[in-house]
Design a protein around this ligand. Sequence first.
Ligand code: SLL
Length: 159
Amino acid sequence: SKRVKNKRISRNIIIGSVAYILPPLGDPSRPKGIPDDHTKRWTVYVRQPEGDPSLTTWLNKVQFKIFNTYENPLRTCENPPFEVTETGWGGFQIDIRLHFQPISGEKAQYRTHFLQLEKYGSEEQQAKQEAEGLVRAEQLEVVQFNEPTEALFDALTAE
Ligand code: SLL
């Protein structure tokens, strides 16, 4: 489809993860069926910033490539929420593939996110993570469409 010359449209996304400590082995409140060595429950996600229009105008599908010991390590989300929840014991790099709506004519783009399970940052930040019982790590990412197709341009400018 035809492209709009000399135009660039950008959209922001948030890529993040949140991790919670699981009740220890032997604790009656520990959920069943989790491997004994798993200490955390975590979610990795792609979402729009608060108040932004829905991502799905331009984002069709998100794939998360998690650590290769997990079952089916390439996880595909065809619809929001674009997220994967798992349990585990260690952090690792997650490769994220953003697939755009077919009207965009765009190739997939890649991002990475480190799954942070342990407390991090200043003493104050770590104290807050400790008190809330969760560790969150987020990054703001910009997705740029250079010379977007007319169909994508129209969809994005109608928002
Ligand atoms: C590394 N950081 O890069 C380490 C790997 C992998 C963590 C950490 C359990 C996976 C499963 C889990 O948390 N693995 O149960 O399959 O070498």
